[in-house]
Design a protein around this ligand. Structure first.
Ligand code: GAL
Length: 364
């Protein structure tokens, strides 16, 4: 090909490229494979770590730490506080918990104020969003930190819509106590609670929030005193409260623990490690972040974990597993791959005098 023909061909390709928009690759997911790269509906890796879910009006919203750029260990570090700059909190939406549409960064970093909690030089972790029926507001709580993790505070943001933008209201130490790993839980009566690792991560505080969910009410309890539990995830099953936590080993995995209580503020009783199967003693090389009840399904819960990649945090993966409730025992068995069929009603087989009952149909 001579130069003239080559130039014409290049021009034609360029012109075609501007006229015909390149079709974004649409992705459909059919199952959950923990630890693999999960793609959103545009074909990009899902980036939402230390996450929490919100089920609102038939849609799930997934909020998490949007980790971008290089992971660094600061020069002054005396421990493994690997970090990426704060970029913000991302949000994805889904109807089926498998296919997630990127809704954008709903709480972005504030780049022009080095003192701001959301400045890239700070740390923003474990965002959770709840909906307040009375105020009709979406309320986000997150762990806001200094790069050396000495701030230990909670930051609160608010929005009229689940997909933001959220307005940042500020930070404080709830109940005048340190607040690092944290989650939120809304009970059936509409009361909301913050669970947070306090007293240098040694003690788990459970704090009732004000009716608008924006502050601590002043009522709180100290739990698991001196036991160093982190990464709290709460759910309610058959009237009892369950709390899934990790131990305290930074980005490295350790053994999970489940606890149960009759009342949300305690007293909590430790049951043991609910994980079973391959690498269960290391929580499948992951750390708890949230437990989501599957909307519309009775007794169906998904336990969600982060498999941190401490040297490349943005490539940390997700481990989501169905909670097994067989015979009243709560376990989280490892599954290589699973789909929502695991929550389908199990065939019921009962003998009633001379009648067999199978899925509520009788066979004489
Ligand atoms: C973990 C915590 C993470 C992050 C990390 C930093 O213990 O669960 O959210 O804070 O420490 O090393």
């Amino acid at each position: 090909m001579n130069n003239r023909i080559r130039n014409i061909a290049a021009f034609a390709l360029l012109a075609l490229g501007t006229l015909v928009p390149i079709q974004a690759q649409k992705v459909t997911n059919h199952s959950i494979r923990s630890g693999e790269i999960w793609l959103d509906t545009d074909g990009n890796p899902i980036n939402a770590h230390g996450s929490g879910l919100l089920y609102h009006d038939g849609t799930y919203y997934w909020y998490g730490e949007y980790k971008q750029g290089e992971t660094i260990l600061p020069d002054w570090a005396t421990w493994e506080c690997y970090r990426t700059d704060v970029t913000g909190v991302s949000c994805y939406s889904s109807k089926d918990l498998l296919n997630w549409k990127f809704e954008g960064i709903v709480l972005p970093a504030i780049k022009d104020d080095p003192k701001h909690d959301l400045h890239p030089s700070k740390v923003l972790e474990r965002p959770k969003v709840i909906y307040n029926e009375k105020t009709k507001k979406f309320v986000m709580w997150a762990h806001v930190e200094s790069a050396d993790y000495s701030k230990a505070a909670a930051g609160v943001a608010i929005s009229d819509s689940p997909t933001g933008q959220f307005t940042y209201l500020g930070n404080f130490r709830p109940n005048d106590a340190m607040s690092r790993d944290q989650t939120l839980f809304v009970d059936d009566d509409g009361r909301a609670y913050q669970f947070y690792s306090s007293e240098n991560n040694q003690t788990m505080y459970i704090s009732l929030l004000t009716d608008d969910y924006l502050k601590p009410s002043g009522r709180f309890t100290r739990n698991f005193i001196g036991q160093s539990r982190e990464a709290p995830a709460v759910f309610k099953y058959k009237g009892k409260y369950y709390l899934l936590t990790s131990g305290c080993t930074g980005w490295d995995p350790n053994k999970a623990e489940l606890a149960v209580a009759d009342s949300v503020m305690g007293e909590w009783k430790t049951i043991g490690n609910p994980c079973t199967g391959t690498d269960a003693d290391k929580t499948f090389y992951a750390q708890s972040t949230y437990v989501q009840q599957v909307g519309g399904k009775k007794d169906a819960y998904i336990a969600m974990f982060d498999r941190w990649n401490k040297k490349n945090l943005k490539d940390s993966r997700y481990v989501w597993l169905p909670v097994s409730l067989e015979e009243g025992k709560i376990t989280i068995p490892w599954h290589e791959e699973w789909d929502m069929e695991v929550f389908a009603d199990k065939p019921r087989f009962e003998v009633d005098k001379n009648t067999f009952l199978l899925n509520d149909k009788s066979f004489v």
